[in-house]
Design a binder for this molecule. Structure first.
Ligand code: HEC
Length: 130
């Protein structure tokens, strides 16, 4: 059934579906902390008390509306982005920040590696409210 279903989708549409929904792997918090330290910590604080850095605070980003952390001066692109940062939205953003929020000023191009995205999202999930 699964194979038949996919076989019946024209390849162009199947490709568009894959682009629209990047693979979401199961994340590992420990690995995510390492990824975070290497790729995010230069610009973002993950503990609320530290406030904003070059980028906005990420201590409770999951469930937050894009562009709304208090006291951070976002680009108009991020301010106008109306989505909520769900895990799926973060996965999409981290697979191509400019593709998802065109014109945002985050100086980071994202990861092609679905595991790295899942790991860093798992770490951010663990930082909720910290
Ligand atoms: C070179 C600095 C830099 C790096 C590295 C960086 N960011 Fe950012 N990030 C920013 C800036 C600046 C913004 C604000 C973008 C805007 O306003 O357009 C931002 C915005 C964000 C947002 C939107 C937050 C909100 O409140 O709407 C998320 C989520 C995010 N970054 C996650 C990450 C993650 C996860 C990493 C590491 C994988 C990362 N960033 C790496 C600078 C950076």
């Amino acid at each position: 059934m699964g194979i038949k279903f996919f076989a019946s989708i024209p390849p162009a549409i199947a490709a568009a579906m894959i682009l629209a929904a990047p693979a979401m792997a199961q994340g590992n918090v420990k690995k995510g902390e390492t990824v975070y330290e290497e790729y995010c910590a230069a610009c973002h604080f993950e503990f609320k008390a530290n406030g904003n850095n070059v980028g906005p605070n990420l201590s409770s980003v999951i469930g937050r509306k894009a562009g709304t952390f208090k006291g951070y001066s976002y680009s108009s692109s991020m301010e106008e982005a109306a989505h909520i940062w769900t895990e799926a939205a973060l996965n999409r953003f981290l697979s191509g920040p400019q593709k998802m929020v065109r014109g945002n000023i985050m100086g980071f191009d994202g990861f092609d590696d679905a595991n790295m995205r899942a790991d860093v999202i798992a770490y951010l999930k663990q930082q909720q409210g910290k």
